[in-house]
Write a protein that binds this ligand. Structure first.
Ligand code: SAH
Length: 372
């Protein structure tokens, strides 16, 4: 069979060790990995022909076996507050969302790790679309590549990505291999060079994943808690039935012990009348007792069809007063990009135009026909 594009390795998703293996297979020296990392992620060059420090022979060889393909942009939306959301097409006719949130002194990129999500948190709109598949490392790192590339443009204000959070669609700790390769690219000085405290993995509480990733990789951990007791948490985050609070807290303690200076951020979505009362705030203080941590309260972001409503400002203030009085740094997340559905829990990878939807359906039918 002739080598079609589908057989080519997409180098955008290989970290330094992956590239070293790739070049070893071609009979090349490991330092090629360092050269190509800079071409791809720092100079943002996607054509091998422009990589002038590689020999012509190697460039031709690379053209045959590899490619540097960033994700395809289906749609870009810019919010009134400067937040940018991209809908990026991934193979198989699906799409994922990537959001850039500009702030005065930093620029945070929120990336997706899966197409859809299998955890079914009852207050999250991504859950309504079900789970399709894991993203590959090229699709995760590709989101960062694309954002850095697009943001360099004067049209978007020439902004820089200073922080990356794995808080888009999906559960990063259920896609460990690809997440790990992308993490390593984010941290590599020859790629994005971000300090570990600037890269945050957010998890709904996949205990084995916390242990596996904590054992070696450098990143900040955020845990989506949302309730101080098992009964309520299991209703909001069904994964809690598998990994109840006692096990989750034990894993958090192991993480903190392994990364001595680190504290954990606990995310707590404030849902009116469900988890936002003073009793829950006190329960949370008891649960987190002795653990170096911060609490980030997220006002619930509504989406079509949800029975939940956001907590009132007063309820959020009262809740914050209780956790602060107990000495826990507690911040309230400012909702950004609401006008473009880019806020937490609003990412659904919507394909927006009817013609795009038709195209996807046709592609899916064609795939089914091939697989049948
Ligand atoms: N699966 C990971 C990362 C994705 S969700 C996790 O669970 O942490 C990122 C954050 O947004 C999580 O804390 C999630 O619970 C929260 N979230 C989901 N839906 C939300 C909504 N409708 N309003 C506010 N926050 C929401």
């Amino acid at each position: 069979m002739p080598a079609g594009p589908a057989n080519k390795v997409n180098l955008i998703g290989l970290d330094r060790s992956g590239l070293e293996r790739f070049f070893a297979d071609l009979g090349e020296k490991p330092f090629r990995a360092r050269q190509i990392l800079q071409w791809i992620h720092q100079r943002q060059v996607t054509e091998f022909d422009r990589m002038t420090d590689l020999s012509r022979k190697l460039r031709e060889q690379l053209d045959e076996v590899a490619e540097i393909t960033p994700p395809r942009v289906i749609r870009e939306q810019v919010s009134d507050d400067g937040t940018v959301k991209w809908l990026l097409g991934v193979e198989g006719g699906s799409a994922v969302e990537t959001v850039f949130i500009p702030e005065t002194s930093r620029g945070t990129l929120c990336i997706s790790s899966q197409v859809g999500c299998m955890l079914n948190c009852t207050f999250c709109s991504t859950a309504t679309q079900g789970f399709k598949r894991n993203l590959g490392s090229a699709e995760i790192a590709g989101q960062v590549w694309h954002a850095v590339n697009a943001l360099a443009d004067a049209r978007l204000g020439g902004r820089r990505v200073t922080n990356v959070v794995y808080m888009g669609m999906g559960e990063p700790l259920l896609n460990l291999d690809a997440v790990r390769a992308s993490l390593s690219l984010l941290r590599d000085d020859l790629a994005y060079g971000l300090a570990s405290r600037r890269v945050t993995i957010s998890t709904a509480g996949v205990v084995p994943g916390i242990d596996q990733l904590a054992d070696g990789d450098e990143f900040a951990l955020a845990v989506s808690l949302h309730a101080p007791d098992d009964e309520l948490r299991s209703r909001l985050v069904p994964l809690n039935r598998k990994y109840p609070l006692s096990e989750l807290m034990a894993a958090c303690k192991r993480y903190v012990r392994m990364r001595s200076r680190r504290s954990i951020t606990f995310e707590y979505t404030m849902i009116d009348g469900v988890n936002d009362g003073p009793a829950q705030a006190k329960g949370l203080v008891r649960l987190l007792n002795g653990l170096p941590c911060k609490i980030n309260l997220i006002p619930f972001n509504p989406f079509p069809g949800t029975p939940f409503r956001p907590s009132s400002d007063e309820a959020i203030y009262e809740f914050q007063k209780i956790t602060r009085a107990a000495g826990i740094i507690t911040t309230v997340r400012k909702t950004r990009g609401e006008d473009i559905d880019a806020a937490c829990g609003q990412l659904v990878g919507k394909l927006l135009s009817p013609s795009q939807r038709r195209m996807v359906v046709q592609q899916q039918l064609a795939r089914q026909a091939v697989n049948a």
